[in-house]
Design a protein around this ligand. Structure first.
Ligand SMILES: Cc1ncc(COP(=O)(O)O)c(C=O)c1O
Length: 388
């Protein structure tokens, strides 16, 4: 059967990635790891062996030492970030202390929407601003943290999912050195899209990932947790993973992480960057003065992401037209009960509601090369000529 995506341009890698080639090949073999890795029989032990292989490979890839960091698997980044932040809040409550969770105005909804739970438990969520470029004013943030009450846990997002704007990883280290706060790195989007994505700074406390963002199966993710960081595990149960995250491990999903990461080993980010630069040059010519690329003035942007706005034009309409032309992209704005809600990320960057309702995100994958640009641009041209 011909794949649906083979006739289309799938340009929505920040939403999710198709399976990496090695993952598809492995699934096709049908040698699937069904056993419970905690079972003591030979079949269970085989599952445990694959799981341990994946663990070692993940530590090695991200260059962290098992002596310094726990590695826990979970269902994905939404669970990971909730478990770590709320788990920390619960731990502090044992000593009648308060958490002050710092997140940016452009953070992902899984981070943003913890506010009411944290407040219900008597903790605080502090929102720090982002600049028009999507970057942060690090000195202002340091001042804010120094003045803050309670234990500060900072959420630092090195790559924004909607705009692809990147924050220099060394800023997180500067903030930590100057304030002593705890830092959670929401590194979900970085894998294979930001130079240095696999060279993690062991000074940081926490890192969280979702496997489906880089070609592994869905329903699985992982977090690195600095040893000594105490948090009350969210899920109680059989005590798997040293009691840090109970529940039978998703052996197949976890093994697929190893395979997907192996495929990324030989990826050349410069090739994707080159193709994206060409795409943006041609897109800008199409947009003229009727739109612009979001975050273009930021110092760093991901190699794979282009976000653009076309003021006055609702992004859902652009997305539908592109869909009919055979191009899969995302909009930053959400659609709920028939009403279009402006992109929170763009609003956070200071865009008007109208502008924030027109944002379109194009996100390329590891196979993206310059020779695909003309065909993609031809499709954008047809659509943009119609709507602008
Ligand atoms: C920056 C960021 N953090 C967290 C998440 C949550 O990941 P998931 O939906 O896989 O749980 C996402 C997903 O898009 C993301 O982009």
């Amino acid at each position: 059967m011909e794949k649906l995506t083979s006739k289309r341009h799938y340009l929505d890698f920040n939403a999710t990635s198709p399976f990496a080639p090695s993952v598809s090949e492995w699934l096709a073999k049908g040698d699937l790891l069904f056993a419970n890795p905690s079972s003591v029989h030979a079949t269970g032990k085989r599952g445990r062996k694959f799981l341990n292989e994946a663990r070692s490979y993940i530590y090695k890839t991200f260059q962290l030492d098992p002596k310094d960091f726990h590695l826990i698997f979970h269902s994905g980044a939404s669970e990971g970030v909730n478990a770590l932040v709320k788990g920390r809040a619960l731990t502090l409550m044992e000593d009648s202390k308060k958490l002050n969770f710092f997140r940016s105005a452009s953070d992902h909804s899984s981070v943003r929407n913890m506010e009411s739970d944290l407040e219900l438990l008597g903790h605080t969520m502090t929102i720090f601003p982002v600049l028009e470029t999507g970057e942060i004013d690090v000195d202002a943030l340091i001042k804010m943290i120094k003045k803050a009450k309670g234990e500060v846990l900072l959420n630092f997002t090195p790559m924004n999912n909607e705009t692809g704007v990147c924050w220099d990883w060394s800023l997180a280290s500067k903030i930590k050195k100057e304030t002593g706060c705890l830092v959670h790195m929401d590194t979900v989007q970085t894998v294979g899209k930001v130079p240095g994505w696999n060279n993690l700074d062991s000074e940081m406390d926490l890192f969280t990932y979702s496997a489906h963002k880089f070609g592994a199966l869905k329903g699985v993710g992982f977090s690195f947790i600095k040893k000594g960081f105490k948090f009350r595990p969210f899920i109680s149960g059989g005590g798997q993973q040293g009691g840090l995250r109970s529940g039978t491990e998703n052996t197949m999903g976890i093994y697929s992480i190893k395979l997907a990461l192996e495929d990324l080993e030989n990826e050349d980010l410069a090739l994707i960057q080159e193709a994206k630069d060409l795409f943006e040059e041609k897109l800008k010519a199409l947009l003229g003065d009727k739109g612009h690329i979001v975050g273009e003035k930021a110092k760093f942007r991901a190699v794979n992401t282009t976000s653009f706005i076309t003021p006055g034009k609702i992004s859902q309409n652009t997305a539908i037209q592109l869909d009919m032309a055979g191009v899969d992209i995302s909009t930053g704005s959400a659609c709920s009960s028939g009403a279009v809600i402006p992109s929170k990320v763009l609003q956070g960057m200071g865009y008007s509601d109208e502008d924030a309702m027109s944002a379109v995100r194009v996100s390329f994958g590891p196979e993206f090369k310059v020779d695909q640009v003309d065909d993609i641009i031809e499709k954008f041209k047809k659509v943009l000529n119609k709507i602008l």
